[in-house]
Every structure is written in structure tokens, then in C-alpha cells.
Design a protein around this ligand. Structure first.
Ligand code: ADP
Length: 232
């Protein structure tokens, strides 16, 4: 089962001729089956870190390993494999508004190479997130909470070993956040690794999982059974 390891990883961005670190000299090891909350204020580097882990962004310095293989060096065939290894929920809504939920998920299933099994995969993923039978709806016909669950279903379409989640809980009320946290706990109990960037401090404090904290791109805290803001 996949283990993730980052060794001295840095990512730089250049904007208006100014170069700055989004992630800086970061070391992190994640075993299969862990549940990690990634916290830090806006701009701390959470989204960049998630993209470095999935191989979507190559590091400028250091190396990201998945099962001891350098993701950047094996980017060709690896791309296909990473698509299958990772399920990703982005901060911004990825659903196409003019397509039905069923079509949105079929597109994701096809992109993951599940052409023949795509319809059963869509049904199964919607069942897991508690929304069976919404295939014919359009995103605008669902509540925000339901839309976020559909996005989670989209990420689950290829039964990934690792779920990378960026702010799934933003703009949701407490009941919806609880539902999602329950769902993620169930997936984690079945062995899925979960790395979730979030600002939902009260839920982080109740769930007491591993808490990794970033400040200005640097990892400043990594605490087991941690609370929001724990450094050691
Ligand atoms: P977070 O997810 O914690 O809000 P990000 O990873 O989005 O943080 O951003 C980290 C830093 O990198 C911020 O200063 C942000 O402005 C910068 N940044 C992120 N993406 C880009 C980009 N595509 N181009 C330039 N700067 C970026």
C-alpha cells in the first residue's frame, strides 16, 4: 500500500518578477491508512503541498516519493498510476454546471480509465456518499452540502488509496460538516489514507487525528492526536 515521503521539498512561485517560496524545505512521511489534517492560514502553502503530493506540481527542490519511487522522474506512465492512486477534491468546485451529476462522474470515470466499468462505478461512488439516484440532476439543483458530497464521489470514482482534500468543508453548516467527517472516518477505517486541508478547527479538535501545521510554507507542527494550533 502506498507510502508518501517528502524530502526537503520546496516549491517557488514567481510573480511580478518576485520569487517566493510557497512550500519550503518540507519533510513529511505518511503511512498508508493515516488521517491527517493539514492546517495553516490562507497562503500558508496547504494547496501547493497537496498538489506536490499528487504529482500535479513538480517540486523545485527536493523529492516526493510514492512507495520509494520519485513521482517527478516517472511522470509519464506514473501519470496514469497517480490518477488511480489519488482521489482529489479541489478547493474550487470541479463540477461542470451544464452537465448532469451522472455525466460529471462518468467523465471522471472515463478519465480514470474505467470506461467499461464506468456506470457501476458512478452508482457505487454516489451510494458511498449517501446520494444514490441523483445522476439526472444538475449541480444547481443540489444544495452546497450535496454538491460537495458529489465532488467527494467524483474523487472516489477510481477507489483511490489516497484521498487529498482541499477545503471540502468551506461554506458548509455544522450538520453537513459532521456528515462529511463521518464519511471520511468510514473511508479511513477501510484503509484509505486521508490528507485534508481545513479551517474547521472545532472538528479538528474533536476528531483528534494527526495535525500537520504550515506557516509560510514551512512545516512547524506535526502532532499525533492533535488539536488545531498544536505545534508539539
Ligand atoms: P493555502 O492553500 O494554504 O492557502 P497556497 O498553497 O494556495 O496556500 O499558496 C501558498 C503561497 O503561494 C501563497 O503566497 C500564494 O499566493 C502563492 N501561490 C499559490 N499558487 C500560486 C501561483 N499559481 N502563482 C503564484 N503564486 C502562487
Amino acid at each position: 500500500m502506498p507510502e508518501i515521503r517528502l524530502e526537503n521539498v520546496s516549491k517557488l512561485y514567481t510573480e511580478d518578477k518576485r520569487t517566493s517560496y510557497a512550500v519550503r524545505e518540507l519533510n513529511l512521511k505518511v503511512e498508508q491508512g493515516e488521517f491527517i489534517f493539514l492546517i495553516g492560514s490562507s497562503g500558508a502553502g496547504k494547496s501547493t503541498l497537496l498538489k506536490l503530493i499528487s504529482g500535479e506540481l513538480p517540486p523545485d527542490e527536493g523529492t516526493v516519493y510514492l512507495n520509494n519511487a520519485n513521482i517527478a522522474r516517472t511522470i509519464g506512465p506514473w501519470r496514469v498510476r497517480t490518477v488511480r492512486t489519488f482521489g482529489v477534491v479541489n478547493q474550487e468546485c470541479m463540477l461542470i454546471r451544464k452537465r448532469t451529476i451522472g455525466d460529471n462522474l462518468l467523465l471522471a470515470a472515463n478519465a480514470a480509465g474505467l470506461r467499461r466499468r464506468s456506470r457501476p462505478s458512478v452508482k457505487k461512488a454516489l451510494g458511498i456518499v449517501g446520494l444514490p439516484g441523483v445522476e439526472s440532476y444538475y449541480p444547481a439543483e443540489l444544495s452546497i452540502g450535496e454538491c460537495r458530497r458529489v465532488e467527494l464521489a467524483r474523487a472516489l470514482i477510481n477507489s483511490p488509496s489516497i484521498l487529498l482534500i482541499d477545503e471540502l468543508t468551506a461554506n458548509l453548516d455544522d450538520d453537513n460538516i459532521w456528515d462529511l467527517m463521518h464519511l471520511l472516518t468510514e473511508l479511513n477505517n477501510k484503509g484509505t489514507t486521508i490528507i485534508m486541508a481545513t479551517h474547521a478547527s472545532q472538528f479538528v479538535n474533536i476528531m483528534r487525528r494527526r495535525v500537520v501545521t504550515l506557516v509560510d510554507g514551512r512545516l512547524i507542527g506535526d502532532v499525533r492526536n492533535g488539536k488545531y494550533g498544536d505545534i508539539v
